[in-house]
Design a protein around this ligand. Structure first.
Ligand code: ZN
Length: 203
Protein backbone atom coordinates (compact mmCIF):
# COMPACT_ATOMS: atom_id res chain seq x y z
CA UNK A 1 0.00 0.00 0.00
CA UNK A 2 1.13 3.57 -0.56
CA UNK A 3 3.58 4.93 -3.05
CA UNK A 4 6.58 3.84 -1.00
CA UNK A 5 5.65 0.18 -0.89
CA UNK A 6 8.27 -1.71 -2.86
CA UNK A 7 7.36 -4.12 -5.56
CA UNK A 8 6.16 -7.39 -4.14
CA UNK A 9 4.90 -5.94 -0.88
CA UNK A 10 1.22 -5.65 -1.50
CA UNK A 11 -2.14 -6.72 -0.20
CA UNK A 12 -1.91 -10.42 -0.02
CA UNK A 13 -5.12 -12.14 -1.04
CA UNK A 14 -5.18 -15.85 -0.74
CA UNK A 15 -7.57 -17.51 -3.08
CA UNK A 16 -9.69 -20.33 -1.76
CA UNK A 17 -9.81 -21.34 1.84
CA UNK A 18 -6.53 -20.27 3.38
CA UNK A 19 -7.23 -17.92 6.24
CA UNK A 20 -3.96 -16.11 6.52
CA UNK A 21 -1.39 -15.07 4.01
CA UNK A 22 1.78 -17.10 4.19
CA UNK A 23 3.82 -14.15 5.31
CA UNK A 24 6.83 -16.33 6.04
CA UNK A 25 6.99 -17.24 2.36
CA UNK A 26 7.26 -13.65 1.14
CA UNK A 27 10.55 -13.26 -0.66
CA UNK A 28 12.62 -10.14 -0.35
CA UNK A 29 11.39 -7.96 -3.23
CA UNK A 30 14.93 -6.71 -3.85
CA UNK A 31 17.10 -9.82 -3.84
CA UNK A 32 14.47 -12.58 -3.70
CA UNK A 33 15.95 -14.00 -0.52
CA UNK A 34 13.39 -16.39 0.96
CA UNK A 35 13.57 -15.23 4.56
CA UNK A 36 12.97 -11.96 6.35
CA UNK A 37 12.93 -10.59 9.87
CA UNK A 38 9.99 -8.65 11.27
CA UNK A 39 11.16 -5.32 12.67
CA UNK A 40 7.79 -3.72 13.36
CA UNK A 41 4.12 -4.78 13.35
CA UNK A 42 1.14 -2.49 13.31
CA UNK A 43 -2.53 -3.39 13.38
CA UNK A 44 -4.86 -1.24 11.29
CA UNK A 45 -7.40 0.92 13.11
CA UNK A 46 -10.26 -1.43 12.37
CA UNK A 47 -8.21 -4.46 13.35
CA UNK A 48 -8.71 -6.16 10.01
CA UNK A 49 -5.10 -6.15 8.87
CA UNK A 50 -1.55 -6.12 10.17
CA UNK A 51 1.28 -4.28 8.44
CA UNK A 52 4.68 -5.71 9.07
CA UNK A 53 7.93 -3.94 8.42
CA UNK A 54 10.48 -6.56 7.45
CA UNK A 55 14.18 -6.58 6.91
CA UNK A 56 16.00 -8.92 4.60
CA UNK A 57 18.97 -10.58 6.35
CA UNK A 58 20.76 -10.98 3.04
CA UNK A 59 20.67 -7.50 1.48
CA UNK A 60 19.59 -5.59 4.58
CA UNK A 61 16.83 -3.68 2.80
CA UNK A 62 13.41 -3.17 4.31
CA UNK A 63 9.95 -3.78 2.92
CA UNK A 64 6.37 -3.92 4.11
CA UNK A 65 3.87 -6.73 4.01
CA UNK A 66 0.20 -6.49 4.82
CA UNK A 67 -1.50 -9.47 6.29
CA UNK A 68 -5.26 -9.65 6.09
CA UNK A 69 -7.78 -12.40 6.64
CA UNK A 70 -9.24 -13.38 3.33
CA UNK A 71 -12.99 -12.96 3.22
CA UNK A 72 -14.99 -13.66 0.14
CA UNK A 73 -18.63 -14.01 -0.67
CA UNK A 74 -19.95 -16.78 -2.87
CA UNK A 75 -22.84 -15.49 -4.90
CA UNK A 76 -25.79 -17.57 -5.97
CA UNK A 77 -24.26 -17.84 -9.42
CA UNK A 78 -21.24 -19.55 -7.86
CA UNK A 79 -18.98 -16.57 -8.56
CA UNK A 80 -16.96 -15.23 -5.64
CA UNK A 81 -16.17 -11.64 -4.84
CA UNK A 82 -14.40 -9.93 -1.96
CA UNK A 83 -16.58 -8.98 0.99
CA UNK A 84 -17.58 -5.33 0.73
CA UNK A 85 -19.17 -3.14 3.37
CA UNK A 86 -20.48 -0.93 0.62
CA UNK A 87 -22.54 -3.81 -0.75
CA UNK A 88 -24.00 -4.39 2.72
CA UNK A 89 -24.99 -0.73 2.92
CA UNK A 90 -26.52 -0.81 -0.55
CA UNK A 91 -28.35 -4.00 0.33
CA UNK A 92 -30.12 -2.52 3.35
CA UNK A 93 -30.55 1.06 2.20
CA UNK A 94 -33.82 0.38 0.42
CA UNK A 95 -35.30 -1.30 3.49
CA UNK A 96 -34.39 1.83 5.47
CA UNK A 97 -36.14 4.29 3.15
CA UNK A 98 -38.23 6.79 5.09
CA UNK A 99 -36.87 5.50 8.37
CA UNK A 100 -34.78 7.57 10.82
CA UNK A 101 -31.58 5.85 9.73
CA UNK A 102 -28.55 7.92 8.76
CA UNK A 103 -25.64 7.07 6.48
CA UNK A 104 -23.50 6.82 9.61
CA UNK A 105 -25.93 4.25 11.02
CA UNK A 106 -25.63 2.26 7.81
CA UNK A 107 -21.83 2.44 7.89
CA UNK A 108 -21.81 1.22 11.49
CA UNK A 109 -24.20 -1.56 10.61
CA UNK A 110 -21.93 -2.71 7.79
CA UNK A 111 -18.94 -2.61 10.13
CA UNK A 112 -20.83 -4.70 12.67
CA UNK A 113 -21.79 -7.21 9.98
CA UNK A 114 -18.18 -7.50 8.88
CA UNK A 115 -17.09 -8.13 12.48
CA UNK A 116 -19.72 -10.82 12.89
CA UNK A 117 -18.80 -12.44 9.59
CA UNK A 118 -15.08 -12.38 10.38
CA UNK A 119 -15.72 -13.79 13.83
CA UNK A 120 -16.92 -17.00 12.20
CA UNK A 121 -13.33 -17.60 11.09
CA UNK A 122 -14.47 -18.64 7.62
CA UNK A 123 -12.61 -17.36 4.59
CA UNK A 124 -15.64 -17.83 2.40
CA UNK A 125 -19.33 -17.35 3.10
CA UNK A 126 -22.25 -17.56 0.81
CA UNK A 127 -24.39 -14.52 0.17
CA UNK A 128 -27.32 -16.04 1.99
CA UNK A 129 -25.32 -16.39 5.23
CA UNK A 130 -24.24 -12.77 4.92
CA UNK A 131 -27.89 -11.78 4.61
CA UNK A 132 -28.78 -13.72 7.74
CA UNK A 133 -25.93 -12.00 9.55
CA UNK A 134 -27.41 -8.62 8.63
CA UNK A 135 -30.71 -9.40 10.35
CA UNK A 136 -29.53 -9.09 13.96
CA UNK A 137 -27.79 -5.71 13.71
CA UNK A 138 -30.57 -4.37 11.48
CA UNK A 139 -33.19 -5.35 14.03
CA UNK A 140 -31.29 -3.40 16.67
CA UNK A 141 -31.09 -0.42 14.36
CA UNK A 142 -34.68 -0.19 13.14
CA UNK A 143 -37.39 -2.75 13.52
CA UNK A 144 -39.46 -1.60 10.57
CA UNK A 145 -36.43 -1.76 8.27
CA UNK A 146 -35.68 -5.16 9.74
CA UNK A 147 -39.16 -6.46 8.94
CA UNK A 148 -38.91 -5.13 5.39
CA UNK A 149 -35.52 -6.67 4.86
CA UNK A 150 -36.42 -9.98 6.48
CA UNK A 151 -39.62 -10.24 4.47
CA UNK A 152 -37.69 -10.03 1.24
CA UNK A 153 -34.67 -11.93 2.42
CA UNK A 154 -36.36 -14.82 4.09
CA UNK A 155 -39.09 -14.78 1.45
CA UNK A 156 -42.01 -14.23 3.79
CA UNK A 157 -44.93 -15.54 1.80
CA UNK A 158 -47.83 -15.09 4.18
CA UNK A 159 -49.13 -12.91 6.97
CA UNK A 160 -48.19 -15.73 9.35
CA UNK A 161 -44.53 -15.11 8.61
CA UNK A 162 -44.90 -11.42 9.48
CA UNK A 163 -46.89 -12.32 12.55
CA UNK A 164 -44.21 -14.71 13.75
CA UNK A 165 -41.50 -12.09 13.22
CA UNK A 166 -43.53 -9.44 15.03
CA UNK A 167 -44.37 -11.82 17.86
CA UNK A 168 -40.69 -12.50 18.38
CA UNK A 169 -39.94 -8.75 18.39
CA UNK A 170 -42.71 -8.23 20.95
CA UNK A 171 -41.43 -11.07 23.09
CA UNK A 172 -38.06 -9.38 23.14
CA UNK A 173 -39.59 -6.07 24.16
CA UNK A 174 -41.39 -7.84 27.00
CA UNK A 175 -38.19 -9.54 28.06
CA UNK A 176 -36.27 -6.28 28.15
CA UNK A 177 -39.11 -4.64 30.09
CA UNK A 178 -39.25 -7.41 32.68
CA UNK A 179 -35.52 -6.90 33.22
CA UNK A 180 -36.29 -3.52 34.74
CA UNK A 181 -39.64 -4.25 36.42
CA UNK A 182 -40.27 -6.81 39.10
CA UNK A 183 -42.14 -9.82 37.82
CA UNK A 184 -45.82 -9.26 38.60
CA UNK A 185 -47.23 -12.70 37.95
CA UNK A 186 -47.72 -15.43 40.53
CA UNK A 187 -44.84 -17.77 41.21
CA UNK A 188 -45.09 -20.91 39.13
CA UNK A 189 -46.46 -23.84 41.09
CA UNK A 190 -43.93 -26.65 40.69
CA UNK A 191 -46.64 -29.30 41.10
CA UNK A 192 -48.74 -27.82 38.30
CA UNK A 193 -46.52 -28.70 35.39
CA UNK A 194 -43.01 -28.58 34.00
CA UNK A 195 -40.49 -26.12 35.46
CA UNK A 196 -41.02 -22.53 34.35
CA UNK A 197 -37.87 -22.55 32.26
CA UNK A 198 -39.33 -25.13 29.91
CA UNK A 199 -42.76 -23.56 29.53
CA UNK A 200 -43.24 -22.49 25.95
CA UNK A 201 -44.33 -18.89 25.35
CA UNK A 202 -48.04 -18.44 24.71
CA UNK A 203 -48.98 -18.32 21.04
ZN1 ZN B 1 17.08 -8.92 0.18
Amino acid sequence: MGARAPQGARWHRVRGRSLWSEAALVHCPFCRHADSRVVDSRTSDDGSSIRRRRQCPQCGRRFTTVETASLSVVKRSGATEPFSREKIVNGVRKACQGRPVSEDDLALLAQRVEELVRSTGSAELDAYEIGLTILGPLRELDEVAYLRFASVYQAFDSLDDFEAAITSLRAEHEASRSDTEPHAGPDPDPSAGPPASTVAPAR
